[in-house]
Design a protein around this ligand. Structure first.
Ligand SMILES: C[S@@+](CC[C@H](N)C(=O)[O-])C[C@H]1O[C@@H](n2cnc3c(N)ncnc32)[C@H](O)[C@@H]1O
Length: 258
């Protein structure tokens, strides 16, 4: 049986279906995004999400660490605020890191696990982690490491999902039930000024609605032929039903090292 790490790599390193890449506007993002009434498409929602998380960091100076950077689209967004020399990003996937270094040139990309950051203590001003903490073995080990490598006064901001128990078969310790529990775990790692925002509607529910409506919108706009429309409709209904099942909360968190 595959271990947790191998399952994660198989999922994220695999070639995405061309329709998924199209849906994401070839942005290389791998998150559900933050949707407002004005948001036009998935790529824009993904940019919004990083913007929203960064707005929870009061002082965007010094060095920032992007934990679980995916293919580097979140890291590329950081370049709007930071010099490349002040951006470090990590992932457990060499394949994704290769793409990331093309997407955000000049930033430092390292093959590291979020639960063993290996940086000296107090080496980052802030840390961002987008839709990945529920994968880590464990989320608490990551919180402790993030706390260690942050400078005093620095912030950890995350987008995190409390999914169904089936997501956490390999790491049962991550199966938290409520926003309050997440706040407790952050506080136990030593953080203060902990904020946990329930963004289930803005991130998860609107993503599901948009994904289901997307083939119809594309067809009406004349951008999708009939055969692709049928395939895309089936795919989005299947995908969204599969992933929708049992998701309880989509949370944005911020927490400060005293
Ligand atoms: C949903 S993707 C998010 C990617 C990116 N942040 C984005 O918004 O596009 C989750 C990422 O977590 C990474 N990941 C999973 N477990 C990890 C771990 N223990 N340490 C570092 N990265 C990890 C995966 O390889 C994948 O790139």
């Amino acid at each position: 049986m595959k271990n947790n790490r191998q399952q994660i790599l198989d999922f994220y390193d695999g070639k995405w279906h061309p329709l998924v890449a199209e849906y994401y506007g070839h942005s290389d993002y791998m998150n559900y995004g933050y949707w407002t009434a004005e948001t036009k498409n998935q790529a824009e929602a993904c940019e919004n999400l990083i913007g929203k998380l960064l707005s929870m960091i009061p002082d965007k100076n010094g060095r920032i660490l992007d934990v679980a950077c995916g293919r580097g689209a979140s890291t590329r967004h950081l370049l709007r605020h930071y010099q490349p020399s002040n951006i470090v990003a990590i992932n457990i996937s060499e394949k994704q890191l290769k793409r990331a270094s093309e997407l955000a040139p000049g930033c430092t990309f390292l093959l590291r696990d979020a639960t063993q950051l290996e940086f000296p203590s107090s080496s980052f001003d802030n840390i961002i982690c987008v839709e990945a903490a529920f994968h880590f073995d464990t989320r608490d080990s990551f919180y402790r490491e993030a706390f260690r490598v942050l400078k005093p006064g620095g912030y950890l901001v995350t987008a995190d999902i409390l999914g169904p128990r089936s997501w956490q078969r390999k790491v049962p310790a991550n199966a938290l039930q409520s926003p309050g529990e997440i706040a407790d775990h952050l506080a136990r790692a030593g953080f203060e000024n902990v904020r946990v925002i329930d963004a289930t509607e803005e991130c998860w529910k609107r993503f599901i609605r948009h994904a289901r409506a997307w083939p119809h919108q594309e067809r009406q706009a004349g951008r999708m032929d009939l055969a692709t429309y049928v395939r895309a409709s089936l795919f989005t209904i299947l995908f969204s039903s599969l992933f929708n099942f049992g998701v309880r909360y989509y949370l944005l968190t911020s927490a400060q090292k005293p």
